[in-house]
Design a protein around this ligand. Sequence first.
Ligand SMILES: Nc1ncnc2c1ncn2[C@@H]1O[C@H](COP(=O)(O)OP(=O)(O)OP(=O)(O)O)[C@@H](O)[C@H]1O
Ligand SMILES: O=P(O)(O)OC[C@H]1O[C@H](OP(=O)(O)OP(=O)(O)O)[C@H](O)[C@@H]1O
Ligand SMILES: O=C(O)c1cccnc1
Ligand SMILES: [Mg+2]
Length: 555
Amino acid sequence: MEAKKENSGVIAGPTNPMVTPLLTDLYQFTMAYAYWKAGKHQERAVFDLYFRKNPFGGEYTVFAGLEEVIRFIANFRLTEEEIAFIRESLSDSCEDGFFDYLRGIDCADVEVYSIPEGTVVFPKIPLLRIEGPIAVVQLLETPFVNLINYASLVSTNAARHRNVAGKSKTLLEFGLRRAQGPDGGVSASKYCYVGGFDATSNVAAGKLFGIPLRGTHSHAFVSSYMSLDEIIDKSLRRKDGSSTCEDFVSLVQTWLSKIQQWSNSLRGIFGETNQSELAAFTSYALAFPNNFLALVDTYDVMRSGVPNFCAVALALNDLGYKASGIRLDSGDLAYLSCEARKFFSSIEKEFGVSDFGKMSITASNDLNEETLDALNKQGHQVDAFGIGTYLVTCYAQAALGVVFKLVEINNQPRIKLSEDVSKVSIPCKKRCYRLYGKEGYPLVDIMTGENEPSPKVGERILCRHPFQESKRAYVVPQRVEELLRCYWPGISDKTRETLPPLKAIRERCIKQLELMRPDHMRRLNPTPYKVSVSAKLYDFIHFLWLNEAPVGELQ
Ligand SMILES: Nc1ncnc2c1ncn2[C@@H]1O[C@H](COP(=O)(O)OP(=O)(O)OP(=O)(O)O)[C@@H](O)[C@H]1O
Ligand SMILES: O=P(O)(O)OC[C@H]1O[C@H](OP(=O)(O)OP(=O)(O)O)[C@H](O)[C@@H]1O
Ligand SMILES: O=C(O)c1cccnc1
Ligand SMILES: [Mg+2]
């Protein structure tokens, strides 16, 4: 009964209203027609959705996009308008009966088994197994691949940036303006959060998914000010509300003079700071006294931006407010962050302002895995990184090659052969398991035929490379995790897995990444994670291969 209740729960439509049954390739409809015309459309097919190679030269991938897939099939239904358009687009010879058939289809008799979203996954293992009438499942191929491909790619990219930056850093996704269109932008914000980013600057994504929003200000704000005279309302109430400072601008100027005198007595690193920058900072502080953050690189970081920031921050401190920090957006980020930190620490000492040395430093400007790695090697004092272009465009790899292949029809296993062994599909409706070793790390993933007994804890099992005969190993698993779960039961009596909230998907992803053996995760020459098949499935693949491959004749 419980299952029934679960299965009948209403699932909202896809986040992007452009995701409709027409968001597919024309050939899915032409094939659907040909299946229908041949009376084959109801034949029960099984497809696997998987990818062949990990992206970014790495040895792991984060699986994402499942929720959108389920939202899509839960609401899959063609409208009259859509059917009319398909009729116009197909050949005139297509019979009316097909359009009546299209009128009646939905995904009630489709079953979807999937690895949970946010899981770390590997090539060849089905991320999803889709079973149903062949004509319907064929229509799902393109939207499914579309919904999984970029989601998994950008989540993986985010996870890789997190891996280099380290756990303690704040990672901000700033990519909307550079993303591949509006959906690219919104999807990037969603899936970078899944991959371990902390927040986004994308307001729509904040509203849609509840992702924390963060932001600073731009150079335009700084350069839009000409002088302090522009500030008309100079008053600021103390944080505790006990009194009001009538001239905050003067308080800032007083602090700037003190800093100048002190600094000159030491090394004299700056003379006059840029007054229009000071006006912009002061004005921003008056608008946001509780979270004053300043972009300090418009004119000169150490001769102007940082001292101006400190003057405003110290004035705020007098009134009981704590400034948030600075952002650096150009120059040598390692060097400048260290210099800024030194300056903050000496202000803390000189003026006795506790924690001033811990002021947050955010860095941005064309950051990517390599620059983060370089900054780490040089040593830096950055607390938060704002990353846009390289992250959301997945600059280092354009796509994850997700594919959708027929593995069984009418209970008959099917195989797709290729000159390239890595492109040969693994036939049969399969079960997939992750086997864990003594030290708690995942050791190997294994695929078995659907009716084979599952691997057991403490029982030795032979894991074979699917195509290379000599590559095999015995494994005694300490833990066995079945990977594919039922997310859409169709006509089966299985219970539907609930779709977790985004935050839970993100937490799963972070935990999963932490669980991996470090040598699989390193950036340079990572160790490949093993993906295998059972001995029985191995034999069957090769039997089918020989059966289907024509024997050549030499002349
Ligand atoms: N210490 C560092 N080590 C390695 N790369 C760095 C370091 N500091 C900054 N970078 C990167 O170097 C590049 C500098 O970009 P660019 O040459 O365009 O200069 P810029 O700092 O933006 O200067 P400007 O704004 O004056 O044009 C950016 O990609 C940035 O992330
Ligand atoms: O550098 P990204 O990783 O893409 O991160 C986002 C960038 O967007 C903003 O500036 P924008 O690029 O619009 O202008 P700028 O580089 O000239 O400052 C911001 O200052 C960052 O530098
Ligand atoms: O808030 C920011 O600092 C920000 C947002 C988007 C792009 N670059 C910077
Ligand atoms: Mg830029």
